[in-house]
Design a protein. Sequence first.
Length: 141
Amino acid sequence: MPTPPRIEGVVETILYVDDLARAVAFYRDVLGLAVLGGDGVRFQALNPGGRQVLLLFKRGGTLAPTVVPGGVIPPHDGRGPHHLGLAIAHDAYEPWKARLAAAGVALEGDAQWERGGRSVYFRDPDGHLLELVTPGIWPNY
């Protein structure tokens, strides 16, 4: 089989949430992500940095095909708590822990990786496990 064309990165990551307004407030106000757009009822798009987009979809809100200008988005949905790791700088690690604590966010774990990276784990209002992670956990990060 011939070598596939190069994948250039992950553009969109989706989390399904029960209360869209509550989730947007958490990601915007606690984590500082800018809102890029959305309809405020079915979904909101946020900027986690770079060319990536974090999509928050109302759970059950995408079970039917969605017609958009230029095409159709097939149905999708998700259940249960998911995991998302967000990149931070080494010198931002302790300030982030302090910010989360000040916002009343319970920290569930803290890890020091053999490559020098660190991770702090906590949950969003829908129970998704979030990780703020510094470089040094993977060979490519």
